[in-house]
Design a protein around this ligand. Structure first.
Ligand code: UDP
Length: 385
């Protein structure tokens, strides 16, 4: 299997799959893609629930959205996307509001009407107090003011990250738009949707090139001694784990999911309901049939599949979902990146390998860039299309 192997990609998530596809399609080289999980797709993996026919996202909801034209053009080669536009609601103190914060959220929360200008003014009241926000709490208050922060952000964030919003980097909160109009979409990107034929089909197509050999259920540690020294290894797993945590362990946040099939057509009327109160232990409930109203049979069935998402402490053996990007971890990461540079036949990328809080589109963009910047030149080739 390893004789004359020139390209090994570790991790068959979105980053590893894109890299493998590029190596096979552009370089025409054989590439071995391994993953310790029993499936490809990484955290984007989905499957059809045999009892209900509903497509379920095994690691929580994944909605494709991007403003990066190059990424949209690339991924559209492998899948059509539905016109699904993500809407999220949040339940706080027994009431339900639209999230991210928009004019309708303000009207429902304060119980009176606002014009867009009045909404802007209301939310900006504490902006001057935090011109240089030092953490997530200060940044959020500067954007939306204290009452909205306390209701919609403080509890959810505390649960999600297992630490105070005062101890979290400000940029996490800028993932969420704040609107002063009635647009209730979760994302701003022009391209949005879910794969028409499922994430599993998207990955099957991405990895269908005959030069790609996929081995799931294969842990890198069990094969690393057999990999030829001249083989380029593209590693999309956790960078600290690769180096056996020799500088210390990076902090990650994990999740656990509680699945249920219920004897009702519609449990919550939408795909994702967030729960902002700290005394509710989960952060959100996903109801997957709502991603595909066009699939009439499972959509109208008198059964539904839901999943409660519980944030969890990361310990080795669990899945690492979110990097905790504070100063300690950034310094540790820099140390590991220095170690990585010493080995010229090793590249780290992806959410885990780069220790970045990336959406799917950013992961694709960075995989395409890495291929162009690092892999093509090594192969003595010019730019790829
Ligand atoms: N967030 C929040 N309330 C919400 C939704 C999100 O406070 O109802 C905060 C929380 O800190 C979270 C961050 O916004 O970590 C980013 O949310 P996003 O939905 O982008 O998280 P993801 O879907 O990546 O888990």
């Amino acid at each position: 299997m390893f004789e004359n192997l020139r390209y090994l990609v570790v991790g068959a998530g979105i980053t590893g799959s894109v890299i493998a596809e590029r190596i096979a399609a552009v370089l025409g080289e054989r590439v071995l893609l391994i993953d310790k999980r029993p499936h490809t797709g990484g955290n984007c993996h989905s499957s059809i629930d045999p009892e209900t026919g509903i497509e379920t996202h095994m690691y929580g909801s994944h909605i494709f959205h991007t403003s990066i034209e190059k990424v949209w053009e690339y991924i559209s080669r492998f899948s059509a996307f539905t016109s699904y536009r993500h809407k999220v609601l949040i339940r706080c103190g027994g009431k339900t509001f639209f999230m991210p914060i928009n004019l309708k959220t303000l009207i429902d929360f304060f119980g009176r009407n606002f014009s867009p200008d009045q909404a802007r003014e209301l939310m900006a009241q504490e902006r001057d107090a935090f011109t240089h926000p030092r953490n997530l709490e200060e940044k959020a208050i500067s954007l939306i003011g204290r009452p909205l922060y306390e209701t919609f952000i403080a509890g959810y964030t505390q649960k999600q990250w297992g630490r105070s919003p005062q101890d979290l980097p400000a940029d996490i909160i800028t993932r969420l738009p704040v609107r002063t109009n009635f647009n209730t979409d979760y994302f701003n990107d022009p391209h949005q949707g879910v794969p028409k034929d499922g994430y599993f089909t998207l990955f099957d197509r991405l990895l269908s090139h005959p030069k790609i050999e996929v081995r799931t259920g294969t842990d890198f540690r069990s094969i690393r001694d057999q990999v030829p020294a001249s083989c380029l290894v593209v590693y999309t797993g956790m960078i600290d784990e690769y180096f056996d945590h020799r500088l210390g362990a990076l902090d990650w946040r994990s999740l656990s999911f509680e699945w249920e099939t219920l004897p009702t057509c519609d449990f919550q009327g939408t795909t994702v309901m967030n729960y902002g109160d700290v005394d509710v232990p989960f952060t959100r409930i996903h109801e997957f049939k709502h991603y595909h109203p066009e699939r009439r049979e499972p959509f109208e069935l008198e059964k539904t599949v839901i999943c409660r998402e519980y944030p969890a402490q990361y310990v080795p053996g669990r899945e690492a979902y979110y990097p905790v990007n504070n100063t300690r971890n950034q310094e540790l990461l820099a140390g590991y990146q220095k170690l990585a540079k010493q080995n010229t036949s090793l590249l780290f990328c992806g959410r885990l390998g780069s220790y970045r809080y990336w959406d799917m589109d950013k992961a694709i963009e960075s995989a395409l860039d890495l291929f162009e910047r690092e892999i093509l030149p090594r192969a003595g080739k010019g730019s790829a299309k």
